[in-house]
Design a protein around this ligand. Structure first.
Ligand code: SF4
Length: 584
């Protein structure tokens, strides 16, 4: 049934597996064999896919599958406390289904609702602002088997979180008007306009959008348009608002790009945590098709273009462009070797324009209102405004649209974070700055960010913050290349050792040298940025590290040699007394 509904299309494998997971609470072996057979794929390919994505499981989950967001800022709001409270009340071990199959309680990476933390998911539905009182009630509802759809509606309420609007959030395009403006101006002239605006990719890397579109425009053959709506960077939640409230603008931007390069199809790759928005987005797509804004002969242009939405399944690395394309093809999200760029060889081996949600929204607005309107904001090398998702130790967390070039100090003043001692700009992969650098600017020329701004006050332990990020990257590394796969595990190990007060000066030096190695030799952006916070905090908050180091004389071995060779001793039957190491 599922395979037929997806037209036996291999690239929809992940979508099929998600549906099995949702209906069965896991993907059983017979489903793996079935999809391998009907899609004519190797079994290892299907099983590899199931094992790669953290929202897919090969063993049953509980009838109630509860995840708590484990972002640093969710933890600061008490996510671990409420998760443990629920697990205790229900008598479950975190991550393990209860023996009677009733419930599983787990932690997961950021769910994208940090300003309404502690947040999480129950059977795919997002809950926000969880409290210990609500946990008591939740435990009772689970014990009585009350479906999540009948739980109090206010638990699932998601605010838009908008605190400050700028030109983007103030510009609502009547459906079809940006496309018509682009067609009236001429599609090549609209490309000129996007180039002239200076719009740079809003995912954080800042590659000029117009140059990317020009590259695809100049490339012959079939084209695709893809939108990165995966925003998995902990602390980033601004695309959530654009998807919920500016879907028409997003689809206009993708459609204009599609008509420009002659693409017939586009895909929005949306993170699995945002599944609850799917129905609303499908409604907008249906309305646009009915109005002639998608499908055949878009806006009577003689050109065809349509869109589909695919859901991810809990893999941060799929925010990396080439990993996203792999995932859209129904595979594990392993980043590709680059070059060639996606503009040359992208989705299904064809030229692809991939931008994030904010980039497409702003491109549509530029097509409608012109380059000058947009480039009048921001600074010389970073034009326009940027949506920031601000969370942590500030009085007014939420979404702020500010001109690029705004200083960190100004950002803090607006969100009520004047007491900050550190600000993480750009999420765990970004830059951590201390008070001495609060006059630096949020812009592509200085502190670049896809949107995440995390605020930490004097009470926060920056070693612990860096440790949490080290755990995050070790968990999210896709394992493809050795520097990242092994390096992130080593960094996690050293971060734990130092944070637990067992590290020495030598361990600190090891972190720096391993960190530089991982940055230099990793295959993709995840590994290249994974050590950033450890390295930044060692540099900017050295006293927080050195104050907890052991003297060299108190050296603690990095691992227990005896414990490590126990298995081989058992296998070989050797128990030589002289090779034993005794700490006493
Ligand atoms: Fe995978 Fe990390 Fe290598 Fe990227 S750097 S390919 S995430 S192992």
């Amino acid at each position: 049934d599922i395979a037929a509904r997806h037209l036996h299309a291999r690239h929809r494998l992940l979508q099929m597996l998600r549906e099995v997971q949702a209906s069965r609470s896991y993907v059983p072996e017979e489903a793996i064999q079935f999809f391998a057979h009907v899609l004519n794929l190797p079994i290892a390919r299907v099983r590899g896919c199931v094992e790669f994505y953290s929202f897919l499981h090969t063993t049953p989950r509980g009838q109630f599958d509860v995840y708590f967001s484990d972002s640093v800022t969710d933890r600061m709001a008490g996510s671990q406390i409420v998760a443990k409270r629920l697990a205790d009340r229900l008598g479950v071990t975190l991550g393990q289904p209860r023996a009677d199959g009733r419930v599983t309680v787990s932690m997961t990476s950021c769910t994208g609702h940090c300003e309404q933390a502690p947040a999480g998911l129950v059977n795919g539905r997002v809950f926000t602002r969880m409290t210990e009182a609500r946990i008591e009630k939740m435990a009772s509802l689970i014990e009585h088997g009350v479906p999540a759809s009948e739980w109090p509606a206010e638990w699932f309420h998601v605010d838009d979180g908008i605190r400050e609007r700028g030109i983007t959030l103030d510009t609502v395009i009547p459906p079809g008007e940006a496309i018509r403006a682009a067609l009236a101006r001429g599609l090549p002239a609209t490309l000129d306009e996007v180039e002239r605006s200076g719009l740079q990719g809003r995912g954080g890397a800042g590659f000029p959008v117009g140059r990317k579109w020009r590259g695809a425009f100049d490339t012959k053959g079939t084209h695709y348009i893809t939108c990165n709506a995966d925003e998995g960077e902990p602390g980033t939640f601004k695309d959530r608002v654009l998807l919920a409230k500016y879907a028409d603008e997003l689809f206009e931007g993708m459609t204009i790009a599609g008509l420009l390069v002659g693409a017939k199809k586009g895909y929005v790759y949306m993170r699995g945590e945002y599944e609850y928005m799917m129905e609303g987005l499908q409604t907008v797509l249906a309305e646009r098709r009915a109005a002639g804004l998608l499908g055949e002969n878009v806006c009577e242009s003689g050109l065809d273009f349509d869109l589909r939405i695919h859901l991810g399944a809990g893999a941060y690395v799929c925010g990396e462009q080439s990993a996203l394309l792999e995932s859209l093809e129904g595979k594990r999200g392993i980043p590709r070797v680059r070059p060639p760029s996606a503009v040359k060889i992208g989705l299904f081996g064809q030229s692809t324009i991939n931008n994030n949600v904010e980039s497409f929204v702003q491109a549509a607005q530029i097509a409608w209102k012109g380059a000058d309107w947009f480039s009048a904001h921001g600074e010389a090398k970073s034009r326009g405004t940027k949506l920031l998702s601000i969370a942590g130790d500030c009085q007014r967390p939420g979404i702020y649209e500010l001109p690029l070039g705004t200083t960190v100090r100004e950002v803090l003043a607006r969100c009520g974070g004047e007491n900050a001692k550190a600000v993480q700009v750009g999420g765990p992969a970004g830059t951590c700055v201390g008070r001495a650098e609060f006059d630096r600017r949020v812009s592509y020329a200085d502190l670049s960010t896809g949107g995440s701004i995390m605020v930490f006050n004097d009470l926060r332990d920056m070693v612990d913050v860096a440790r949490q990020f080290a755990h995050f990257f070790a968990h999210e590394s896709c394992g493809f290349c050795t520097p990242c796969r092994v390096g992130t595990q080593m960094l996690k190990h050293y971060a734990d050792k130092i944070a637990d007060g067992q590290g020495t000066q030598r361990d600190l030096e090891q972190v720096s040298s391993i960190g530089e190695f991982v940055k230099a030799y990793s295959h993709c952006g995840l590994g290249e940025t994974a050590p950033n916070t450890l390295l930044d905090t060692i540099k900017r908050f050295p006293e927080e590290y050195t104050s907890r180091l052991l003297a060299e004389a108190d050296f603690v071995p990095e691992f227990d040699l005896d414990a490590s060779v126990t298995e081989s001793r058992a296998l070989t039957g050797r128990h030589d007394q002289l090779d034993q190491i005794h700490s006493d």
